[in-house]
Each structure stands twice: as C-alpha cells, then as structure tokens.
Design a protein around this ligand. Structure first.
Ligand SMILES: [Zn+2]
Length: 399
C-alpha cells in the first residue's frame, strides 16, 4: 500500500462495521458483544452493535467482512539498536516485518546489542536518551517503539535515575545484563527507577549474551522489578522449583517469551491458571536474538499457549494486549474501548487448515491470517506479507 493510500484513510470519522468477533484485550471481558467501532481522529470513540451506534457522517468505512478484530499486539521484550537494523543477525527491516505480525507497539528490554555499548555512567545515560529520542521519531509502518532502556551498572546513583526520567526515559533494561547482578544493588536501583515513574524488568535464568549472568529466583525476588523478564528463560530457563517460587512469592508480571523454553512457559501458565493470576502473564519475543528475528513471534506464542496450555484463545490475546498495557502504564492502547488508540488488527482463520473458525483453528495450533493492520486509525497494511492468507479480509469503502 502506497503512503498516499495510507493517508487517505486517516479519517476524521472512520466507521468499522461487520466485525465477526471482537476480542477486547481486557481479561475481565475478553469477547465484546459488538460488531462495529467508531474512530475519531485516530482514537476509538465508540464500540458496540451497529444498530446502537451513530454511524452517519463517516468519512471512511471499513467493511470487516466478518473478520476478527483485536487490539494491536504489544511485544514486551525486544532489543532494538538503531533504526530498522539489528546487528544480532545483521538484519534490516525486522521492525517493519514485525508489524506485519500484528505487533503495533514494541518495548525495549535494553539496547544491549549496540556495538561497543558504553558502560560508563555518562555513556549509559547518553545511549538511553538517544535511543528514546530516535525511536520515538522513527516509526516504520507506524510501529510504536518505546526504547531507551539503560543497562544498569553498579556506580549509578539516585541522581542518574532522576536525570534519565527528567529526560524522558521511561524504562530500565533487564537487570543482570550489565554489571548489576546482586539483589541488594538491584533492589535499590529499581526502587529509584520506580520512584521516578520508570518501569523495569529483571533478566531471569541462565546467561544470555557474554557479560550477562545467571539470575536465579532469590535475586529476581529481591530486586522486585515490575516484570520477571522471560520467566521461561532467555533462552535458558531456571529449574522448576525456582520458577514456582517466582510465580508464588512475587506479585510482579510474569513474561513468557517466544525465544525461551516452551515447556517452562507452559509450566508458568499452568501455575498462573491454578492460582487465578492470569492478569500477571504478559508476552515478548526477546528478539532479535541467537534464535533470530520473529515477525510472527507474538502470534506464535499466543497460538502455542492457546493450543498447548489449555487457555481460551481470547484469553491468550489478553496476555499480549491489555495485560501488557496495564503493567507498562500504557493506558492509551492495548484494549478495544472508547478513548484508546485505534491500533487494530483484522484477522481470520488461515485458509486450508483445521478448525471450524478462528478461535478453534488457533486452539488447534494454527496461526491466523492477518488481513489489515491499523495504527492510530491509519490503515498501515492490507493482507500481511508474513502470515498465511486469511480466508476473509476487510474491504475499505470510502463513504
Ligand atoms: Zn534477558
């Protein structure tokens, strides 16, 4: 789709109708009794049955053709470096490709792969601020990239966290990737970060890249960051007894990643189900990594958990949308409800597979097909170039 066509769809009043199934992203009510959405200036203005909404005066109309609509997916764990390039696999275009996997927001877990990454304090702060700025300004196909996640070193002081927050940095990279690997230091620094409004995560499991360390349950629990990052290993998972302690003794988010240990991920999901703490489960890819770049990584993880973990598909979607938005304090996205950004993914069952409909095909382990992706009310893709073809795709009808 050309930029000209994309911008034609930036409607003052956009009406989406004929939605076959509306998945809200909200764990409290994952399926909405709704078949239409009204979008005003990029934000959702109303959601409901078309018969109850004022659809008149639309500048653009999208006929969803019975497709499923979900919130744009959020990848809670990526390692960006600069622009749409990763040195990890020397690959270009991975962010744009990830958008074609239905991800409309990605969150940095640390710019850890930056070549020659500085480890002195002024250098750490400079890199974090530069990454925050450049990715805020750089949006391939509309992707929202929240970056600037400093990797902590022991010499940092409270003043450094205050300065970073004042400069617009909202994240802390995985504790354990840098020189801070012990509980007491990590706990102090994460408390400072929290005081200044930043969200944070702790690397969990065996070492990932040279310089990172094994971070076990004792340290993760003591540091008490907002997210137990890749609780199923990044990529090496802790023993099950330690995983169980993290689920039971921590109150923080439990992040299951694509590039981790799937068996451990299912173990975490089982505990979360038994303890009724599914609101703490969030998803990431942890890419780019040794395992590569996974444009469909979030969709695949949803599909894995729905098909092997015995959770309803509509609930698995909440792990990568509403749950993550809440944990990351992104109350402007992640759920289909009035007031939030119109970041929407139109999907259907992939052609030619098992299952009678979208929900059943995912529950049986097949990826869905994406027919359209919208970010802030702007149509950014028609049929995804990465998913298998959906049976039905939406049609744009200019009113
Ligand atoms: Zn990690």
């Amino acid at each position: 789709m050309s930029p000209e066509q994309q911008h034609k769809i930036t409607a003052d009043k956009l009406v989406i109708r004929n939605v076959g199934l509306m998945l809200s992203g909200d764990l409290a009510r994952p399926v909405l009794d709704a078949d239409a959405i009204i979008v005003l200036d990029g934000r959702i203005a109303a959601v409901g049955m078309a018969t109850d909404l004022d659809l008149a005066g639309a500048t653009s109309v999208i006929d969803a053709q019975g497709c499923v609509v979900t919130p744009g997916l959020i990848d809670n764990h990526v390692h960006p470096v600069a622009g749409d390039w990763t040195p990890r696999q020397n690959q270009i275009g991975w962010i744009d490709s990830t958008l074609h996997g239905g991800v409309t927001t990605m969150i940095s877990a640390g710019e850890a792969h930056y070549p020659g990454r500085p480890k002195d304090i002024i250098g750490i702060k400079a890199l974090a601020i530069a990454a925050q700025r450049s990715f805020a300004n750089f949006r391939p196909s509309g992707m929202k990239i929240i970056a600037g996640a400093p990797v902590l070193e022991p010499e940092m002081t409270e003043n450094d966290f205050r300065e970073l927050a004042d400069a617009g940095v909202t994240l802390i990279g995985e504790v354990g990737l840098g020189g801070v690997k012990d509980g007491p230091t990590g706990r102090q620094m994460i408390a400072w970060a929290r005081k200044y409004g930043m969200t944070s995560m702790t690397h969990t499991g065996g070492p990932s890249i040279p310089g990172s360390g094994r971070i076990g349950a004792d340290v993760v629990l003591e540091v008490d960051a907002d997210v137990v990052a890749h609780i199923n290993g990044g990529p090496t998972a802790l023993p099950d007894e330690e995983i169980r302690r993290l689920c039971e003794e921590s109150t923080r988010a439990l992040e299951i990643v694509h590039n981790g240990n799937l068996r451990t991920g299912l173990f975490v999901l089982g505990i979360a189900k038994d303890r009724n703490i599914l609101d703490r489960v969030i998803l990431g890819t942890d890419g780019p990594a040794g395992s590569g770049v996974q444009p469909l990584g979030i969709l695949r993880t949803i599909c894995h958990l729905a098909s092997l973990g015995d959770v309803p598909t509509e609930v698995a979607f909440c792990f990568a949308t509403g749950n993550t938005a809440r944990v990351r304090k992104l109350d402007d996205r992640g759920i289909i409800e009035a007031g939030r950004a119109a970041d929407l993914v139109f999907m259907d069952q992939a052609a030619g597979g098992i299952g009678k409909d979208f929900l059943e095909s995912l529950a049986l382990g097949n990826l869905p097909g994406i027919g359209m992706i919208m970010v802030d009310g702007v149509v950014r893709t028609a049929r995804s170039r990465n998913t298998p073809p959906a049976i039905r795709v939406p049609q744009i009808i200019t009113a």
